[in-house]
Design a binder for this molecule. Structure first.
Ligand code: NQM
Length: 353
């Protein structure tokens, strides 16, 4: 019989994942990854023999531990598990699962709840940088109920405020990893940007779509996925990421003029499947590009007054991000999410691969 592992299932923003204390998992990364794949039910398009949700957005893991350094309270390692493929990648961060990390740290006793609200400083192991998560903890316990709605999640929940520092060049070492505002790849003008997530921004029209299609419609278009894959493979090299064939970054975001009162309309590939909304740090990175005169998207964006949040339209609604720049240096970024504890217990991974 397989041995169980303590695990909490949480929704973080518009994603869902399994949250573990690092100490509850094998310390050897290979052993740990094997166990996580079996726990999630990968590789299998349905993840029928595990707790994964058969989509990249629900095949995610957060590994949390007390932070050794003085700059943070906890360390958060994000792992993206393949669904049909037996892959575990630590090459990207996830701002959606991040929303659950603070509450999880309080639930597991890594951080003591403050007063009405608790702030947890989270070191983002994948990308470097620290995020501060602030959420309600009335009476010393995490409150998940509240009246904050986020697009892509039914109903409302308690807000989790996420403030980011040092996200610039998270995976590539520079905000503009190619050293240019624009590059021409396969005849398509792109802006490669990394403010927490490496993203290739291209005009939807340049790929022969409107940018207003649903994820299903885009997914069904023959040849588009291949085109996006070719674009990101070339961009990955230019961004210093090497051969990204098997990596989940860079993402590709197609932009079009806003049509719902927001700043820009987006459709994002993660990296080839179409996102049902948009990732948090993905949206921060796209929003950052929009602010740069000369970047793809800048000209078609309806930019708000300086200091006001950028409202990134996506297939399920809008995600508002605050990005403050000093020239091309990032001062800060922030976003509001919600998170919810769904299940706390023991997961029993199958014993054979
Ligand atoms: O960009 C999906 C998600 C993400 C990542 C992805 C994310 C982020 O929606 O910070 O949240 O881009 O693969 O969870």
């Amino acid at each position: 019989m397989s041995t169980g592992v303590r695990c909490m299932l949480m929704r973080g923003g518009t994603s869902k994942g399994a949250y573990f204390l690092a100490g509850d998992l094998p310390s050897d990364p290979g052993e740990r990854d094997g166990l996580l794949l079996r726990a999630m039910g990968s590789p299998d398009p349905r993840q029928i023999d595990g707790i994964g949700g058969a989509h990249p957005l629900t095949s995610k893991v957060a590994v949390v531990s007390r932070s050794a350094g003085p700059d943070a309270d906890v360390d958060y390692l994000f792992l993206q598990l393949g669904v049909a493929e037996p892959t575990v990648s630590d090459r990207q961060n996830c701002g959606n699962l991040l929303a659950g990390v603070g509450p999880f740290a309080v639930e597991r006793g890594l951080v003591e709840a403050g007063g009405e609200r608790t702030s947890v400083r989270i070191r983002m192991v994948n990308s470097g940088g620290v995020a501060t998560a602030t959420f309600p903890t009335p009476g010393g316990a995490v409150a998940y109920d509240g009246d904050t709605a986020i697009s892509g999640v039914p109903g409302t929940a308690a807000p989790v405020f996420l403030d980011f520092a040092e996200t610039e060049g998270s995976a590539c070492g520079a905000l503009l990893p190619t050293g240019r505002l624009r590059d021409l790849i396969d005849g398509v003008e792109v802006t490669c940007v990394d403010n927490g997530m490496p993203v290739v921004v291209a005009a939807a029209a340049d790929l022969g779509v409107t940018g207003y299609e649903s994820p299903e419609e885009l997914g069904a278009l023959s040849g588009l996925g291949e085109r996006v894959q070719e674009l990101r493979l070339r961009a990955g090299e230019l961004m210093g990421l090497g051969d990204v064939t098997a990596a989940s970054v860079p993402k590709t975001t197609l932009v079009a003029p806003p049509r719902d009162g927001g700043t820009i309309c987006t459709r994002t590939f993660i990296p080839v499947r179409v996102h049902t909304s948009i990732g948090v740090l993905g949206a921060v990175s796209v929003g950052t590009a929009l602010l740069l005169d000369g970047a793809v998207g800048h000209d078609i964006a309806e930019l708000p007054p300086p200091g006001a949040p950028l409202s990134i339209e996506h297939p399920a609604g809008r995600l508002d991000v605050a990005v403050e720049l000093d020239g091309t240096a990032v001062r800060r970024a922030g976003v509001v999410r919600t998170a919810r504890k769904l299940f706390d217990g023991t997961v029993f991974p199958r014993s054979s691969p």
